[in-house]
Design a protein around this ligand. Structure first.
Ligand SMILES: [Mn+2]
Length: 304
């Protein structure tokens, strides 16, 4: 596809620029002697839905996370670069380059990096089966945890067609809803002044958010069901921007969240424990503020 050739070279421009300068930038926290925490080591880190190339991407936080967390294997579970956005409007800052640089530094340091393209970076799917800049690009892959669990790793957009809800609904955040509630009152005053009947924007959005909640649970169930015949213990994906660790039937469903809203990563330690890290709530001055979600309750479900 001529289109793909053009888009690939255009999207890859800043990425390749960073590849030419893969030297790690001085951490803003200063050298370790000034109290910067040593990187925390994990057996595996999974991240997805970074959406580099969009304003929403929390690139500074992600670069900080990558600096402070090392691993044997890093999985990039799709939508890392947002080809759709870059096609419409170019948005790339030093922080976005910094994220690419940190990933390439990990490759240089001997970390195995595996890239499973998503729908927003589907232009990379033509590289599946190849190694690009030391990064393995694959359509999907099975990860075996230290405790012997076999996890199918894929982005998750493959299931959009069978879910039946508009996928943007899943991205309606709490903040947007709070804003809508405030807007609702003003809208009502304007409509009344114009002689229009009452119409609740907040109720309308509430219905939409309810649909979004249904979308998320339906997505999780569809993904888990699709994993059953694959002879795996679990499935790990991204796509819906909702981090989760829970058992659905016989399948362990894992989602590593996103770096647009929640800034989450899914990590595995040397014993095979799986945990969701919330980097936005992590204070750089404290090494003990690791937030956990459902993983705490779920920990017993996950064999060590
Ligand atoms: Mn996606």
């Amino acid at each position: 596809m001529a289109e793909t050739a053009w888009t690939t070279s255009r999207y890859m421009g800043p990425v390749l620029e960073a590849a030419r300068r893969p030297t790690r930038k001085q951490t803003p926290l200063g050298p370790p002697s000034h109290g910067a925490p040593a990187p925390r080591h994990h057996r595996t880190i999974f991240i997805s839905d970074v959406h580099l190339g969009t304003r929403g991407c929390k690139a500074e936080l992600l670069a900080d996370f990558l600096r402070q967390n090392s691993c044997d294997t890093l999985y990039l579970v799709g939508d890392i670069v947002d080809g759709w956005q870059l096609k419409r409007r170019w948005y790339w800052t030093e922080a976005h380059t910094e994220v690419v640089r940190e990933i390439l530094c990990k490759v240089d340091d001997g970390t195995r990096v595996v890239y499973v393209p998503g729908n927003h970076d589907e232009f990379l799917r033509e590289y599946c089966g190849r190694s690009v800049a030391g990064i393995e690009v694959v359509q999907e892959i099975i990860h075996e945890t230290a405790s012997g669990l076999r996890l199918l790793v894929l982005h998750g957009d493959q299931f959009d067609g069978v879910i039946g809800y508009a996928k943007w609904l899943a991205h309606v955040g709490d903040r947007a809803y709070a804003f809508a509630l405030a807007l609702n009152d003003r809208l009502h005053m304007i409509r009344r002044a114009c002689g229009l009947p009452y119409w609740s924007l907040s109720a309308y959005l509430k219905r939409k958010v309810k649909n979004a909640v249904e979308y998320v649970s339906r997505f999780e169930e569809v993904v888990a069901r699709a994993a059953v015949p694959k002879d795996v213990d679990g499935v790990l994906c991204g796509h819906i921007h909702q981090a989760e660790i829970r058992r659905i039937g016989s399948i362990l469903y894992l989602n590593d969240g996103d770096w647009v809203e929640s800034c989450t990563a899914l990590v595995e330690d040397a014993h095979g424990h799986l945990e969701i890290l919330h980097w936005a709530t992590h204070s750089p001055t404290s090494t003990t503020s690791w937030a956990r979600t459902g993983a705490q309750g779920e920990a017993a479900l996950i064999p060590a």
